[in-house]
Write a protein that binds this ligand. Structure first.
Ligand code: SF4
Ligand code: SF4
Length: 155
């Protein structure tokens, strides 16, 4: 990823399949700018690695209602069970992304999902296994934002 241009990355994730569907997105604002779409996809592809959250709840409660451990454990499970969409997945990116989003929305209440994180930092330094929680929240949000746009295009 580090040595790839955005267009190379888009090609590797199956951009030839994904991008045309995004070009006519039903969500205003991402409809016609290929570079913008590419940028969003690039941001969405974050090499999420297992967090190894031990569900100790030391970081809780989040003042904004995010269920931090559930989000992290969901992310870890997606990696372990093979439906975390990744840069080298090609056309499988869409298949995995659909599964990821369906399960995410089924298992984590909207009000407890990562997009509610405002990066207030209250959880920083609370994790005994050293997880950078705001960073992980933002990575999951970047991914789910793009997956929701793709779903809008009948992923
Ligand atoms: S940084 Fe995000 S997850 Fe952490 S306490 Fe603040 S809103 Fe909650
Ligand atoms: S403090 Fe760390 S290990 Fe404990 S629940 Fe929160 S993120 Fe998970």
């Amino acid at each position: 990823m580090q040595n790839m241009t955005r267009r190379q990355w888009l090609f590797r994730v199956g951009g030839a399949v994904v991008v045309p569907s995004l070009l006519s997105s039903c969500r205003p604002g991402i409809s016609s700018n290929v570079d913008e779409v590419g940028e969003r996809l690039s941001q969405a592809y974050v090499p999420l690695k297992p967090n190894d959250c031990v569900a100790c709840d030391n970081c809780m409660p989040c003042p904004y209602g995010i269920d931090i451990p559930s989000n992290l454990i969901f992310s870890d499970r997606a990696i372990q069970d093979g439906y975390m969409p990744g840069a080298l997945d090609g056309e499988d990116f869409a298949v995995k992304g659909k599964r990821f989003l369906e399960l995410y929305e089924d298992r984590i209440l909207n009000k407890a999902q990562t997009q509610r994180c405002i990066g207030c930092g209250e959880c920083l330094g609370t994790c005994p296994v050293g997880i950078d929680i705001p960073d992980q929240m933002s990575k999951i949000t970047a991914l789910t934002d793009v997956l929701r746009d793709l779903r809008c295009q009948q992923l």
